[in-house]
Design a protein around this ligand. Structure first.
Ligand code: NZQ
Ligand code: ZN
Length: 381
């Protein structure tokens, strides 16, 4: 096990009717900048609950942070925060609203343009305090310092690291209004977050392995229930907590990580504005297949422990495990081939060109360069 420092300061407020906690969790005398997405919160009662909880607090609303949040929209928010001297950001929405708000909270403290901050971490000078009311289980942004920002003019999408939310409110009831497609993408995102931290080298930490396998098994078990008709509250609660636990540092202590699937997936979102979880459902089969020598032992461990695959032939277990993951995504209605989603060879060429220019080397052992990426994407074409 590698040395590590672990600290996660986000206070989780979890359960039915918890949105009202905003009123006591936000310190008095703050001028609150409240951020929203495209309006789903107005139809499912979340907005009304947030407004009630903000009664008596000085606050400004900002609407329109889109899925795959763009710097173009966020620049408008940053200008208002600066002009109005807001000193607390409350993000009400999914990963996109929370991620976008992380950039707002950090860029408000510097003179430079927000995209410069995304591209040059050395410009980071801290962040205004930020909290969230989560409306979709998926990214883990509610309990981590990451954000992923799109520049729609350049068709680029890059990660940015800032602050942990001070607190996050997770009321699973809010997720009942999610469209099935978003549930499918959230389940997939959670599943692949675990894999990016788990599907590496065996024997690093039996504890991390079993926590990771526990989340994977839980997601596989709960997926048909929350994707099906009339999910129960406890199933939605299980999904929501699993998504948070999949990317808040708890399963990555002292172990190596990978993230190649995400890095390639971000390019698909950048070029085609495809929903994040969906990109992962497409790319994962390719990364597992192309890295099957490197990851073979761990793929086999996953196959046996998560999918209960029994076979004496090593290659067969690997193949079956990869197929099981793909079948899982397809059982959620996701089309897992590029061509099924109207994406062709030109996109592969463009991504390979970008990766060549950036000289990327992703993955646990830095083996995923532009030519490995071509193989991965051609495998899932
Ligand atoms: O904008 P509104 O109208 O609210 O609609 C949203 C949006 O259209 C809708 N929605 C959210 N909650 C809802 C709801 N509809 C009905 N009822 C509800 N309760 O769902 C759509 C998708 O929302 P979005 O916030 O984009 O989803 P998600 O949470 O999956 O976030 C995706 C973004 O997060 C990034 C992704 O790259 C992508 O940009 N990620 C962030 C990470 C992080 N911060 O750690 C890690 C992830 O790997 C990921 O990259
Ligand atoms: Zn993700």
């Amino acid at each position: 096990m590698n040395n590590f420092i672990f600290q996660n300061p986000t206070k989780l407020v979890f359960g039915k009717g918890t949105i009202e906690h905003i009123s006591t969790e936000i310190p008095a005398n703050k001028k609150v900048f409240v951020t929203f997405g495209g309006g789903s919160v107005k139809t499912n009662g979340v907005y009304q609950q947030v407004k009630r909880a903000l009664t008596g607090k000085d606050h400004i609303e900002f609407w329109g942070i889109e899925p795959n949040p763009t710097v173009e929209t966020l620049r408008k928010a940053i200008a208002i925060v600066k002009e109005e001297n807001c000193d607390f950001i409350l993000a009400v929405g999914g990963g996109s609203v929370i991620d976008g708000s992380k950039l707002i909270a950090a860029a408000a403290l510097i003179e430079e343009d927000a995209w410069e901050l995304v591209k040059r971490p050395s410009l980071y000078r801290g962040s205004l305090p930020l909290a969230s009311v989560l409306t979709i289980p998926a990214t883990g942004s509610e309990m981590n310092p990451g954000a992923v920002i799109t520049n729609s003019a350049l068709k680029e999408k890059f990660s940015f690291y800032s602050t942990f939310p001070v607190f996050s409110i997770l009321d699973p009831q809010v997720a009942f209004s999610l469209p099935k497609y978003q549930i499918a993408c959230g389940l997939t995102d959670t599943f692949v977050h675990v894999l990016e931290q788990y599907l590496t080298t065996t024997n690093q930490s039996p504890l991390m392995d079993r926590w990771a396998e526990g989340i994977l098994q839980t997601i596989v078990e709960v997926a048909p229930k929350v994707y099906g008709e009339k999910p129960a509250y406890d199933d939605m609660a299980t999904f929501m907590l699993s998504a948070t636990m999949a990317l808040n540092g708890f399963i990555s202590m002292g172990v190596t990580q990978d993230w190649s699937t995400h890095m390639i997936g971000h390019e698909l979102s950048a070029l085609h504005n495809l929903t994040h979880g969906h990109t992962l459902a497409i790319v994962l089969k390719g990364t597992m297949w192309i890295m099957k020598e490197e990851k073979g032992d761990k793929i086999i461990q996953m196959g046996k422990r998560v999918w209960n695959i029994e076979d004496s032939d090593r290659e067969k277990i690997i193949e079956k495990t990869i197929d099981k993951c793909d079948e899982f995504f397809r059982s959620l209605g996701l089309k897992t081939r590029l061509s099924e989603n109207g994406i062709g060879k030109e996109t592969i060429d463009e991504i390979v060109k970008r990766f060549e220019k950036r000289n990327v080397h992703f993955g646990e052992n830095k083996t995923i360069d532009s030519s490995a990426t071509r193989k991965i994407l051609e495998y899932v074409l």
